[in-house]
Write a protein that binds this ligand. Structure first.
Ligand code: NAD
Length: 453
């Protein structure tokens, strides 16, 4: 049994329905109940994916055997423009997970005000058991299968779990071979710098988590922790998002007391030396076993006594079964969907604030958008230009969500009369407020465009 499965079996101790589509609909309904004048027909339209593409294709393995691989690309909503969303490679990937992540992308793009709709894709495969050549063949064939449905003005993939700059370079190259004679660089983001990637894209998601937390803490809701400096931080997942978040929080004066990967977690109360963690991970392929650290499980990491917890790996990690044991004052969702609706309720009752994925990890798609703009304009912005724009946009998003949340907190705004759920909380949490803003923007744009024909 893989480590991924063992973590999800910890999750299954909870009696919650963890169907990803059910969860995203619960979150949508909760937020839609606060949106004025949202008609049933529009609600149905906003909930449904526009298009689901499932492809099965053969791949020749290095030992000359042939296996059939399945991949998905889901387009949720195109009201704001071409669709945008990552491609993940994972052995446990399901279509339902991809649908729920495509929806999340629509709301995320609307919240951060970038002119994209939401999409997501993935391939069912275990990258740890594949050679580089096999991965390249899978990526090229998957891209060819999608070829006329992706494009610089149609649908623009990006990296996600177990895909990276190399994967994006293969996607670009394949698309470019099949569609010669155009500037095809904007077909995919998260590319290597030498292939039209943007400075700061690799850092964007983890750095965005830091900017979001920095701005959120400055609002003073957590009186004992008005800034990142001095915070004890635990991070689940030490990949693109978690690894950069560790560096960025450390740069702002936090102590990283625990990090983890699929093999387990390491803990050091005095604060980890991140150079040593990276050197150890590069040599051994895992952080587990690093000298002078205590090995703990991924679940124990989540329950550590810390100020800020950053789940930056898989979904459903904080659930009804462990939410009561969380001790952090603030959760910053680097991963997508790491907290279940049942856990959200418990955390709210416990007074633990959550900066939800729709805000916290939006730095990734924000800088992907900057990469797309640079590719269209044949420009290359400096690292400083990109990260300053990212900081400003992340601050704006926190300010916008926080001021709307305050309107609920002081009773200036309440749930609608025609509320469609039983959940009639007077003060919604930050996830719900962020979703309210995003749903309002997409609903308004849909009506302003007019229903065609
Ligand atoms: P990644 O593949 O670079 O890293 C994933 C990390 O999670 C690895 O360290 C891996 O060992 C660890 N991991 C895997 N299974 C685990 C388990 N069972 N328990 C603990 N750790 C485990 O992926 P990433 O790009 O860093 O993405 C992480 C999360 O962030 C995903 O949910 C992804 O959707 C989300 N996200 C990523 C981006 C981005 O720009 N990369 C943007 C937005 C959201």
């Amino acid at each position: 049994m893989s480590e991924e499965q063992s973590v999800s079996s910890e999750s299954s101790k909870s009696t919650e329905n963890l169907d990803p589509v059910y969860i995203s609909e619960q979150q949508f309904d909760l937020a839609a109940a606060y949106v004025k004048g949202l008609k049933r027909g529009l609600i149905d339209f906003l909930k449904q994916p526009k298009r689901i593409n499932t492809v099965n294709f053969p791949i020749e393995m290095d030992d000359e055997s042939v296996v059939t691989i399945q991949g998905f690309r889901v387009i949720h909503n195109r009201v704001f423009g071409p669709t945008k969303g990552g491609i993940r490679y994972h052995p446990d990937l399901t279509l339902k997970e991809v649908i729920s992540l495509a929806k999340l992308m629509t709301w995320k793009c609307a919240l951060v005000n970038i002119p994209f709709g939401g999409a997501k894709g993935g391939v069912i495969c275990n990258t740890k058991e594949l050679s580089e050549k096999e991965l390249r063949r899978i990526t090229r064939r998957f891209t060819a299968e999608l070829s006329n449905t992706i494009g610089p003005h149609i649908d623009i993939p990006a990296p996600d779990l177990y895909t990276n700059e190399q994967t994006m370079a293969w996607i670009f190259d394949t698309f470019d071979v099949l569609n010669p004679g155009h500037n095809n660089r904007p077909v995919v983001t998260g590319k290597p710098i030498e292939m039209g990637g943007s400075y700061g894209r690799h850092e964007a998601t983890g750095m965005g988590c830091m900017f979001a937390a920095e701005r959120f803490l400055s609002k003073g809701l957590i009186s004992t922790q008005p800034e990142i400096a001095g915070a004890h931080v635990a991070i689940q997942g030490y990949g693109d998002v978690g690894g950069v978040a560790a560096r960025e929080f450390c740069r702002k004066g936090a102590k990283i007391i625990a990090v983890s990967d699929s093999q387990g977690a390491i803990h050091q109360e005095e604060g980890l030396n991140l150079d040593e963690v990276e050197a150890f991970k590069a040599e051994h392929g895992t952080v587990v076993g690093m000298p002078n650290t205590m090995t703990i499980t991924n679940n124990e990491l989540l329950e550590l006594d810390c100020d800020i917890l950053i789940p930056a790996a898989l979904s459903d990690q904080i659930h009804e079964g462990n939410a009561n044991n969380i001790k952090a004052k603030l959760i910053v969702e680097g991963a997508n969907n790491p907290t279940t609706p049942g856990a959200d309720k418990i955390l709210k009752e416990k007074g633990i604030y959550v900066i939800p994925d729709i805000i916290a990890n939006a730095g990734g798609v924000t800088v992907s958008y900057y990469e797309w703009v640079q590719n269209h304009a044949h420009e290359q912005w400096s690292y400083e230009q990109v990260t300053e724009r990212l900081r400003s946009r992340m601050y704006d998003v926190i300010d916008c969500v926080f001021s709307r949340w305050q309107r609920f907190a002081v009773g200036e705004e309440t749930i609608t009369d025609e509320a469609i759920t039983e959940e009639k909380e007077p003060i919604p949490d930050f996830r719900t407020v962020a979703l309210i803003i995003a749903i309002e923007r997409v609903a308004r744009a849909t009506l302003v465009r007019g229903i065609w024909p």
